[in-house]
Ligand binder design. Structure first.
Ligand code: AMP
Length: 404
């Protein structure tokens, strides 16, 4: 599966179309759209700097927001050009057209090491339909395609996959890192390999559980989906905690598979419970911790793992040589029920002899909120894409790249 990267081909003086993820949050201030978090731009800098150093003519494309195939000034990539220019320390030209004569003229005029940013690919209705006309229009601008937009790689769109039908395609350095840590490293992980999975719904995570049950020594289950497991394994009642009857057979199959394969399946033994939960207002009612293996009373629901669960999980995390974490242990967005997720993040950070991988989405938010991001070996930039990769799915934006 190793894919060619920008290090494997000659890019000097070549026009290189780079699909990046510049889907940055924007806010309107005094009639101007301003970038409120430039993390995604920063993540692409190693690739862009390497391309500039190699003497490539860099043409950048990305989607931003959901403009539904129409031009929308509030979802324009224009504000990204000056922000990127400042970060890179070189001028960044902007093309108000994504494809066509204006974009082509600007691309052709680029000097070696020059940078051009194209307007939002989703201003074209064809983008999300993987329209070959749009893909051809993008391909016409360049001689090589580089995909560095891991967060969009699970989508077969014109700019993420279709364009590779018309140009030699290789991966960027961010994409390479994501594939290394979320795929290659997990094929033959250094053991013990501990997988921590949380989040809300059993059915959303079951593919990942199933796949990683084939690789892991220990799987730790937390978050909203843990209550179905606790009901089955501990025989407790779970009040009004997250639960659906149809999740029971799914969870049972995972329990059986773990047993058959000798995988240590760890579930929480206690919980923080509340009698009222308003997610939008970020408010809980009364809260308390249950005892070990204690049922959750009617009218109460579990919103976080308790201290005994943290101890149990942390002991296992401390022994690991490889750790991957996807999905929070509780409702970490509310301060009172964030402790379990933050404690697990701290336990991962403390194991400095392990490779520690934070596999996307809300666990990334939790690690950043806990200010532990710099203590981890790798933090994924993908949400849906990382989940699909962990599920063992083929991502269209990766499949289209040349093999090494
Ligand atoms: P996911 O997108 O499946 O990884 O789920 C993440 C979401 O699950 C976060 O918004 C958490 O607040 C939520 N979550 C975690 N634990 C619970 C719980 N015990 N009850 C309700 N929601 C939870």
């Amino acid at each position: 599966m190793p894919k060619k990267t920008i290090r494997d081909i000659d890019l000097s003086n070549k026009r290189v179309l780079v699909r990046v993820d510049f889907n940055v949050p924007l806010d309107e201030k005094d009639g101007q759209m301003v970038i409120t978090d430039a993390t995604r731009i920063q993540e692409t800098l190693p690739t862009l700097q390497a391309l500039i150093a190699a003497g490539a003519k860099v043409i950048l494309c990305s989607h931003l927001g959901r403009p539904k195939g129409q031009r929308d000034p509030k979802q324009s990539l224009a504000p990204v050009a000056p922000a990127l220019s400042e970060l890179l320390g070189v001028p960044v030209e902007f093309s108000e057209e994504t494809t066509g004569p204006v974009a082509l003229a600007k691309a052709m005029a680029l000097p070696a090491g020059g940078v051009l940013l194209l307007e939002n690919t989703r201003f074209h209705a064809g983008e999300e339909k993987n329209d070959p006309e749009l893909a051809k229009g993008l391909a016409e601008l360049a001689e090589v395609f580089v995909n560095d937009a891991f967060g969009s790689a699970h989508r077969a769109h014109s700019s993420t996959a279709g364009v590779a039908d018309y140009l030699p395609a290789v991966s960027g350095l961010l994409m390479e890192k994501e594939l290394t840590y979320l795929h290659d490293e997990l094929e033959n992980p250094e053991r013990p390999f501990v997988v921590i999975l949380g989040g809300a719904k059993v059915n959303d995570k079951i593919e990942v559980i199933n796949r990683l049950l084939e690789k892991a020594d220990t799987i730790i289950i937390g978050g909203g989906m843990a209550y179905t497991f606790r009901k089955l394994v501990q025989g407790i009642t779970i009040g009004k905690s997250l639960y659906k009857p149809e999740w029971e057979p799914i969870a049972q199959a995972a329990i059986d598979k773990a047993k058959a394969r000798g995988v240590n399946l760890l579930i929480p033994v206690d919980a923080m419970i509340t009698d009222a939960f308003d997610f939008d207002a970020k408010k809980l009612g009364n809260t308390k911790y249950t005892g070990v293996n204690e049922s959750i009373p009617d009218g109460w629901e579990g919103v976080d793992i308790g201290p005994e669960s943290v101890k149990l999980f942390a002991a296992e995390i401390a022994k690991a040589k490889t750790v991957i974490w996807n999905g929070p242990m509780g409702v970490f967005e509310i301060q009172e029920s964030s402790k379990g997720s933050f404690d697990v993040a701290a336990a991962i950070a403390e194991n400095t002899s392990a490779k520690t991988i934070i596999g996307g989405g809300d666990s990334v938010k939790a690690v950043k909120k806990a200010k532990l991001a710099d203590k981890m070996t790798f933090i994924s930039t993908g949400g849906g894409a990382s989940l699909e990769l962990l599920e063992g799915k083929v991502l269209p934006g990766v499949a289209c790249l040349q093999e090494k």
